[in-house]
Design a protein around this ligand. Structure first.
Ligand code: NAD
Length: 351
């Protein structure tokens, strides 16, 4: 099996590639070969990829580059599409790169898959496309109502996936996952930002009164679900992937303070994000019943392991901090700073 993984140098894509090549997915073929296509934006880093593995080929390039895709795709059986501009706050400052990568990039990739006759595609999307929900949970049938330029660009890309299935029979499935946490997450996102600030003795910036609710899933569980959809999911379908752990940002902050041995005096209230979604909550019945997916890593055990990982991998996140202030493509990822693949919570750590 030859697989093209876009955005495979990012947080979630690199976890998927590591775990796939480590043979962590039941029934994955022995002869798997992976091509990672990644533009190495500020968010991309080769440090999380097993770059010496002969089964892995890395190609630095842009998903908006139709000519590159036309050269690269033939011979690949399947594509898992992670590449995206992924940080909501950046989309509030400048939405243009989000439209380019997330919308134009996805359409360009789907068009290339169509022409290359790729048999299977998974488009990795987000629960944020549904907007905000005061109570209850979203099913896959809930209408899309994105509120940020980021989520609007992801919703548009989901609709292109639908259209390429309906119009051209490109065999694409869409996954919509809740918030992920885990090792190698770029330092601008809330958990690594708070943990690394606390490790360094600094403050953490909490939006508004911290009442916003997010659902959390360990990145390894997310990637396992994506692989299930790739290998057993139905084309043309959407699958929600929830973790079942809903926390207010205040509750999350409290847990991170405890794990880092810090007190509330380290929390600095900052003005709320514009149009900040109040609550996210996914109904994951479909993927549980149809594909037998269950999260394996409890939030309690997973978050403790992640805090330990950031403690032990200062060199990696300090390099990320150096790239943090420069939105857009700055080519800032060099292969040095490679750190060991993180310890996964062991069986006794699991839920
Ligand atoms: P990330 O920002 O860590 O990684 C994105 C990767 O895409 C980077 O390696 C970057 O270099 C690459 N990239 C960006 N623009 C590109 C382009 N034009 N061409 C090629 N590569 C490009 O993001 P992530 O958190 O790993 O998210 C991966 C996917 O999962 C995204 O599609 C995101 O919308 C989705 N998602 C993320 C979460 C989450 O909590 N992080 C939750 C649900 C869904």
């Amino acid at each position: 099996m030859r697989l093209l993984v876009t955005g495979g140098a990012g947080f979630i894509g690199s976890t998927y590639v590591r775990d796939l090549l480590d043979g962590r997915y039941a029934g994955s073929p022995q002869d798997v070969r992976v091509t990672v296509l990644d533009a190495l934006t500020y968010a991309g880093s080769l440090a999380g990829l097993p770059v010496g593995d002969p089964r892995l080929t890395f190609v630095e390039g842009d998903v908006c580059d139709a000519r590159l895709l036309a050269d690269l795709l033939p011979g690949h059986d399947a594509v898992v599409h992670f590449a995206a501009e992924s940080h909501v706050d950046r989309s509030l400052e400048n939405a243009a790169p989000f439209v380019m990568t997330n919308v134009v990039g996805t359409q360009t990739l789907l068009e290339a898959c169509r022409h290359a006759g790729v048999e299977r595609v998974v488009h990795v999307s987000t629960d944020e496309v549904y907007g905000s929900i005061p109570y209850g949970s979203w099913t896959e049938e809930t209408p899309l109502a994105p509120n940020s330029p980021y989520s609007a660009s992801k919703a548009a890309s989901d609709l292109f996936a639908r259209a390429y299935w309906r119009t051209h029979k490109v065999a694409v499935s869409v996954t919509r996952c809740c918030n992920n946490y885990g090792p190698y997450q770029f330092v601008e996102k809330v958990i690594p930002l708070f943990v690394t600030n606390l490790i360094d003795g600094g403050d953490v910036p909490l939006y508004g009164d911290g009442h916003h609710v997010r659902e959390w899933l360990h990145v390894a569980d997310h990637c396992r679900a994506i692989h299930l959809v790739l290998t057993q999911g139905r084309a043309g379908e959407v699958y929600n992937i929830g973790g079942g752990t809903e926390l207010t940002n205040l509750q999350l902050t409290e847990r991170l303070l405890e794990l880092c041995g810090a007190g509330w005096e380290r929390v600095r209230r900052v003005p709320d994000r514009k149009a900040h979604d109040e609550r996210y909550s996914l109904d994951s019945t479909k993927i549980r019943q149809e594909l037998g997916f269950e999260p394996e890593i409890s939030f309690e055990q997973g978050i403790a392991a992640v805090v330990d990982w950031y403690r032990e991998n200062r060199r990696w996140w300090q390099k990320g901090r150096g790239r943090q202030s420069s939105p857009g493509r700055d080519g800032g990822s060099e292969p040095d700073g490679i750190v060991p693949v993180p310890e996964r919570p062991t069986a006794e750590h699991r839920a």
